[in-house]
Write a protein that binds this ligand. Structure first.
Ligand code: GLC
Length: 403
């Protein structure tokens, strides 16, 4: 399993899982309780009491993560990140810190342990999402009805903040002590407090002492990689990055949210992300029993079919050609350039600015260069026209080799 970020940049594709007690209400995670938020159209407001009403009735089927992790591996995903605790404060493992976790329910088990075992059984690297903010813990302080609107809550401070830090450090320590080697610690909720209030430096130090090979995302100030959310950034971020994205518009299981991206759009998003040198962390939203909605399973299966044929154009690749050289995203591994046809080719595709005597392709192709470039030049740079007779309904991939 991974040391450093090498495995992460090779992976290119992972599964995000947003799952907690609120699936039994069919609400988005956490945001409804603070009044909703515009970027999550299905996070409409409920009262705090209503939000938590059935939390302790959470009782999924045993070993639900096995199905997610199998589908993830088949879809060519190399790692997973599970919401061990979202902003609403409910921990999926029987934590000794705080009293709002799975051990308070009638469920006899540890959902984090089940997930870790399932991910390892499929050969996936294990990641934990953990919200720094906690809208349930009294020392944070807990969010109350009178704290609405949410912006007002941002200014509230508790006199027992140090006690909350004990919970935060204690829970992170549990997660990184009790489950073997963990590859990713994925923080969130950092915007509510400053780097100093989080004791971000001390927290990162503790994490790296416990798990020397771990990657920490940038939502803990000073983390290792950037995490744009819900879109591919227009400008390629510096350094290592991953964009996380929902299949519909919600992170959690919201049965009324039918605004799904098509399988094709998801494949194209993966191609664009890899073509820019980033990872895609694609979200799934299990129901309360742990099963995945049919719309999500079918998309994962479509991705699996496509990745089984074209995964080598995604995994372990670097960004390929410049935008002027090919009208679409592309990646490279060694001498091979992978061209993703995210627009349907008419007769074929053109690649520009390549050494035309040295290109090889399994498809029929012809080359051209200007007379000036050709004349007396043993290694002219020019254009390649590649015939593309058949298209893949999700995204055709053309591989070009430069010898
Ligand atoms: C966000 C949200 C959240 C979601 C997440 C995923 O900022 O607060 O609900 O879990 O980050 O990136």
């Amino acid at each position: 399993m991974g040391q450093g970020s090498g495995w992460f940049e090779e992976a290119r594709f992972g599964m995000f899982i947003h799952w907690t007690h609120i699936a039994n209400r069919g609400f988005e995670l956490s945001w409804p309780l603070v009044g909703g938020v515009g970027v999550l159209p299905f996070s409409s407001e409920v009262t705090v009491d209503d939000y938590y009403m059935k939390a302790l009735e959470f009782h999924p089927a045993k070993d639900a993560p096995r199905e997610w992790m199998r589908l993830a591996r088949e879809a060519g995903m190399r790692y997973a990140v599970l919401t061990t605790k979202h902003h609403d404060g409910f921990a999926l493992w029987p934590s000794k810190y705080g009293d709002f976790n799975i051990s308070r329910t009638s469920y006899d088990g540890d959902l984090v342990a089940e997930y870790v075992d399932a991910a390892r059984a499929e050969g996936l690297e294990v990641g934990f999402y953990y919200s720094l903010s906690d809208w349930h813990h009294p020392d944070y302080p807990a969010f109350r009805e009178e704290d609405k609107p949410y912006l007002k809550f941002l200014g509230r401070r508790s006199e027992t903040w140090d006690r909350y830090l004990d919970v935060l450090f204690g829970q992170v320590r549990e997660l990184l002590t009790n489950y073997g080697e963990i590859s990713v610690m994925w923080f969130d909720g950092q915007w509510e407090r400053s780097r100093d209030e989080w004791k971000a430096g001390d927290l990162a130090q503790m994490i790296r002492d416990l798990q020397p090979g771990i990657l920490i995302n940038d939502r803990l100030p000073g983390g290792d990689y950037k995490t744009p959310e819900q879109a591919i950034p227009a400008e390629v971020p510096d350094g290592v990055w991953e964009t996380c994205m929902t299949m519909n518009t919600s992170w959690g299981f919201v049965p009324t949210d039918d605004r799904y991206k098509s399988s094709r759009e998801l494949v194209h998003t993966l191609c664009e992300t890899a073509g820019k040198g980033g990872n895609l962390l694609l979200n799934v939203s299990p129901r309360a029993d742990g099963s995945l909605p049919a719309e999500q399973v079918s998309r994962l299966q479509d991705l699996a079919r496509w990745m089984s044929e074209h995964g080598d154009a995604i995994h372990g690749t670097e960004p390929g050609l410049e935008p002027w050289q090919f009208y679409g995203p592309s990646t490279r591994n060694g001498n091979t350039i992978n061209l993703f046809c995210v627009m349907r080719p008419y007769e074929g595709v053109v690649v520009r600015g390549v050494p035309i005597k040295r290109v090889r392709c399994e498809l029929p192709f012809r080359t051209r260069a200007t007379a000036e470039q050709e004349l007396g030049n043993p290694d002219p740079i020019g254009e390649v026209f590649i015939e593309v007779p058949d298209v893949d309904e999700l995204a055709t991939v053309v591989q070009l080799e430069i010898v």
